[in-house]
Design a binder for this molecule. Structure first.
Ligand code: SF4
Length: 456
């Protein structure tokens, strides 16, 4: 055997025992398998977290969490039992070391952020912003982002069954927090969806629709089915992607008879019309891939849709090690039949500096996973550059590592630049976390913040 940096071993998927958690000690397998039970028992606040986990988790964590919710959080708390159960899967709260393990847990790190997780020096990058990808500026009609020439993103609704601490759409998605009021759609949902459909019917250049939110698992199934059925009637639409983290966070939903039967109907029509329907999910850690998640993914593939793919987000403390990423990819691929597709760099939203990696770190991780997975299942690492769009991390045009500024170019115009003759020649900037820069770079940013006009 040759000694390799990563040693592959097939690992059986495991559903952690939820009865180890005091609040769910009496929950039956039937209740656990029910999407309704899961939704009704989501953790929405510290009191509910305490009821489930109990005093095995030190008061210092609850206090730390409370401070984060008051002073930093951009997302309100919403964690389905399925996701709580994958945190610290090998320990019961009564076991020694549970609190430290909870603090260190990769899923907890992004789903239940604590104040002490965040950077004290630079909690936010000075260039961070709400709606950091400027999606709303590119709305063709409200909620329909037309950023690329042939594809659109349809944000059908602003809610999810689970709220991730680092959510890119923190501007729109979820409930307000003490720090962040959420943008509200002006149009009623039916009017928005009708306007989206009209726009798509009138734009034959669009062939690919990402149906998203939020999370499509929060739209009543009949409404989602009728929206997708409407897309299937538009001749030029050849790819439809349904975005749902709930395939992992609430797999019970995707296993319901209603959803399976409805997806079968859609898949049949899609096949007749040579259209590909795929589900895109969002899994960041191998421990999230359980037998229930695998069953949900395979149930969807059994309906006849084209694929189930994963778009994870690179997050410090969750998946910033090569081994964590490869473990995740193999867990997805081996037993859940989910295709590793993308890992995004975490976007520059407020409060995200402790999660974000530098471009150089992302390039290194991309390098280090090459050659272990089949080529077709080797995910691309992506920097979503404001006003540009997705770029593979090695496509950077220039990179100033001292100031942590990378420069990117683009090869198409959005509506925002329709009258901009230089749009395709200009360079667009993306910024590394300041705490990772050499001292000279950190000093540049300190000065720039202190005197933005003079130094910037
Ligand atoms: S599931 Fe997606 S849209 Fe919803 S909170 Fe998480 S990252 Fe945001």
């Amino acid at each position: 055997m040759i000694d390799q940096p990563y040693a592959y071993r097939h690992k059986e998927l495991v559903e952690p025992d939820w009865q180890r958690l005091p609040g769910w000690a009496a929950v039956s397998p039937q209740e656990w398998a029910s999407a309704q039970w899961q939704r009704a028992h989501c953790i929405k606040n510290i009191r509910q977290l305490r009821q489930v986990i109990g005093s095995g988790l030190d008061d210092r964590f609850y206090a730390d969490l409370e401070r984060d919710q008051a002073e930093r959080a951009t997302m309100s708390m919403l964690v389905p039992p399925q996701m709580i159960n994958t945190m610290v899967p090998h320990l019961s709260p009564a076991d020694p070391g549970f609190t430290d393990a909870f603090y260190a847990d990769p899923v907890r790190r992004y789903m239940i952020p604590a104040f002490s997780d965040r950077r004290a020096d630079w909690p936010s990058h000075p260039m961070a912003s709400r709606d950091s990808l400027h999606e709303a500026e590119m709305w063709a009609v409200e909620g329909l982002t037309h950023r690329y020439p042939t594809k659109v993103l349809a944000e059908l609704l602003p809610t999810c069954p689970q709220y991730c601490g680092h959510c890119t759409r923190m501007d729109l998605v979820g409930n307000p927090t003490p720090q962040v009021d959420k943008h509200k759609f002006a149009l009623a949902r039916e009017d928005r969806l009708t306007a989206m459909m009209e726009y798509l019917r009138g734009n034959p250049g669009v062939r690919d629709v990402v149906v998203s939110g939020g999370d499509v698992a929060n739209l009543p199934w009949p409404r989602l089915e009728s929206f997708v059925a409407g897309l299937l009637e538009i001749d030029n639409i050849r790819d439809i992607r349904l975005a749902t983290k709930a395939l992992m966070g609430l797999p019970q939903y995707w296993l319901t008879d209603e959803v399976r039967a409805g997806m079968e109907r859609l898949a049949m029509v899609a096949r007749q019309r040579d259209v590909s329907i795929a589900i895109h999910t969002h899994v960041n850690a191998a421990q999230s891939v359980t037998p229930l998640v695998a069953a949900a993914a395979k149930a969807m593939l059994d309906t006849g849709i084209r694929d189930v793919r994963n778009q994870g987000v690179l997050l410090r403390g969750t998946n910033d090690k090569t081994e964590q990423l490869l473990d995740l990819c193999f867990a997805l691929l081996d037993d859940a039949k989910i295709m590793p597709y993308y890992f995004y760099m975490c976007d520059m939203i407020p409060g995200s500096e402790h999660w974000r990696l530098s471009l150089g770190q992302a390039q290194r991780l991309q390098h280090d996973i090459m050659g272990y997975l089949p080529g077709f299942a080797t995910p691309r690492f992506i920097c979503d550059v404001p006003y540009v769009g997705k770029r593979w991390v090695h496509q950077v045009a220039r990179y100033d590592r001292e100031l942590g500024i990378s420069y990117w170019t683009k090869n198409y115009r959005t509506a925002v630049e329709s009258g901009d003759a230089l749009a395709l020649e200009r360079e667009y900037e993306y910024y590394d976390p300041i705490h990772l820069l050499p001292e000279a770079g950190q000093e540049y940013w300190r000065a720039r913040v202190a005197a933005p006009v003079a130094v910037g």
